[in-house]
Design a protein around this ligand. Sequence first.
Ligand code: MG
Length: 271
Amino acid sequence: MVTSTTVDRLAVVRIARFTTGDDPRFGVVEGGEGEEVLAVVAGDPLYTPIRFVGERVPVDQVRLLAPVIPRSKVLGVARNYAAHASEMGGEVAAEPEIFLKPNTSVIGPGDPIVVPRVSAEVHYEGELAAVIGRICRDVPPARVGEVVLGYTCANDVTARDLQRSDGQWWRAKGFDSFCPLGPYLVTGLDIADLRLRTRLDGTTVQDSRTSLMVHDVAAVVSFVSSVMTLLPGDVVLTGTPDGVGPMVAGQRVEVEIEGIGTLANPVLRRG
Ligand code: MG
């Protein structure tokens, strides 16, 4: 049966953006890990009601894409886990410490993270990412749930040497491919205390919980919305826990968040 529905923010729904060689489409993920099937929908969950079209495709027969390509911006929070602030040799700030990444840095699952020639120290940073679903400004913390459509995994890739040497972080955080997102956008997820792990070639290098954020998602989104209008598709990276470190060409990095899935990307060096 073909039904039309808006995405219910209160229900846990995993949404994939994918291609089978033609234009990107969306699908609702059904089935457990290793046997996921996409129930294809018409429409764009960010902007329109979605409608099941009656087609199902096994996830291993598609190429997953970043669940969202921000039309506007990606915002990030620095030092939002105390143990990470400490390993960076800094204190936790009273207000969230925000930076911008360009939307051109976004890539999807399986896409290569490309190490630029000008950096000798590119780090992974596994993070929970909030995807904004409504145009909004001056959102009080208590109402942030109304403007966040869902969550996905992110890797806030950072050229650590350039971050140290440059005054601004536009370059250290902003190279093409420095913002992998995926594998799915998940609505209705209780993100208060999710396990977050990063693996490098299968070895766990970050293992923490979202409950250890200094400024929670509501505080961060509220704060950024007090400065700039947030648009549907904007992404807010909520900070990385301790354990950051370098990755080099030939390695494979994975960010796994409980309830969302695993975002995996190979690392290449620009030739
Ligand atoms: Mg970060």
